[in-house]
Design a protein around this ligand. Sequence first.
Ligand SMILES: [Zn+2]
Ligand SMILES: [Zn+2]
Length: 244
Amino acid sequence: MADHHPFLYYWFAFLGIILGRYFLVAGGTHLLIHSVLKQFFVDREISIDPPVWESIRRDIKLSLLSTVIFALSAAFSIFEFDRGGTFLYTDLDKYGFWYLGLSFVAVLLLQDTYFYFLHRLFHHPKLFKWFHLGHHLSKHPTPWTSFAFDPAEAVFQALFLVAIVFTIPLHFWTAIAIIMTMTIWSVLNHLGFSLYPKSGYLSWWGQWTIGPAHHSVHHHKCTKHYGLYFTFWDRLLGTQDFNN
Ligand SMILES: [Zn+2]
Ligand SMILES: [Zn+2]
């Protein structure tokens, strides 16, 4: 990080990184589901819908716009880091090893809370069309839907990450771990089918975390299941569908 680069350099670099990440994780999961793992799902009687290319194309288009917005926010963060304007740090000893885990969990909890309330707000009839309709055009989500946000929604999602690096000390590796968790969890939430047998949801993990079955309900039934990682807020505020 010794070299300082112009803002445009970072923006272009992040366009490539974020786009590559999307095609690698969402596209890779799609390929796995529809090729290598196909027989695995057939054996377990898990039904996978054939790909609907029209909605996948639409999701990819929205994801390209999200890429532009997230790349702007990432470029801004690194540009400011170069000038000492952020709380990002590179020295592992600065806050100790325990802080790496603590800050990781704290940011996931904060993001989950931010997402839950923002998500409920975007479902308000006056806001839905502008902020969240694009994401819901896929009634049957696929991994490609995981990054398909209307530009206005993408701005608010990206702003969270910018706000974090300007307020909470985060080691670079923690920041990368958060982005990876966000990416993979979101793709899993949009698989469109349940990964586990029904009994799996009776486990502690199944009850308190969000997965594909939970989020598929949200795409069908917009009044339930607004969370991102954990079911805490859905349970507390009565938006958990206990049949699912
Ligand atoms: Zn929604
Ligand atoms: Zn979704």
